[in-house]
Design a protein around this ligand. Structure first.
Ligand code: URA
Length: 198
């Protein structure tokens, strides 16, 4: 079997025809960021801006996500960001379970390559696909689960925060909880050096 490498991952995503989503897109959006990051953030799927640019979370929701990370002193370049599906679903609809399942091979390979210590699931599609298909994000956001040594937490999708500002205080609680987890695990020691962050 061919060795699993980033080069193989990129080639596999580009060549992928496992579901029909790729028939209507401009670019595939594999994900980007620090490939040595201990933290991985997983969203739902590319939107229009992401489809145009081939990059994850670069539209309005992505800009909010960048500010949320900065609020806990994390520069966006220090984390890895991707989505459950790598091709934009038409009209930004939620990916079907079949589309998510077809794309899982890519997410698995990506997770294997990064070996994150912490995964944040942005919104219900990511939480349902990676944690529990029955999950209610409003009820279970902010809860930590450990699986095979990886800590996972679902939180609101930044698009949900743009639609409904009243969710922002809970999202901020989740970001603080993320920072606490990163500190507890002694990740990003250069950022959270004195145990307090700055
Ligand atoms: N929403 C997502 O879930 N992912 C993106 O990359 C952009 C918007």
């Amino acid at each position: 079997m061919e060795e699993i490498t980033w080069e193989l991952f990129e080639r596999q995503v580009e060549a992928c025809r496992l579901c029909p989503l790729c028939q209507q897109i401009r670019h595939k959006v594999p994900g980007q960021g620090d490939r040595n990051s201990p933290l991985m953030l997983i969203g739902e799927g590319p939107g229009q801006t992401e489809d145009e640019e081939g990059l994850a979370f670069v539209g309005a929701a992505g800009q909010l996500l960048t500010r949320m990370l900065e609020a806990i002193q994390l520069p966006r370049e220090r984390v890895y960001i991707c989505n459950v599906v790598k091709c934009r679903p038409p009209h930004n609809r939620v990916p079907t379970p079949e589309e998510a399942e077809a794309c899982r091979i890519h997410l698995r390979m990506q997770t294997w390559l990064i070996r994150p210590k912490v995964i944040v699931l942005l919104g219900s599609t990511a939480a349902k696909n990676l944690l529990n298909p029955e999950i209610r994000i409003t009820r279970e956001r902010g809860r930590w689960t450990e699986r095979k040594g990886v800590w996972m937490m679902p939180t609101y999708h930044p698009s949900a925060l743009l639609r409904d500002e009243s969710k922002k205080p809970e999202a901020w609680e989740d970001m603080k909880s993320l920072k606490a987890k990163l500190m507890e695990l002694r990740l990003y020691p250069d950022i959270y050096a004195n145990g307090e962050g700055s």
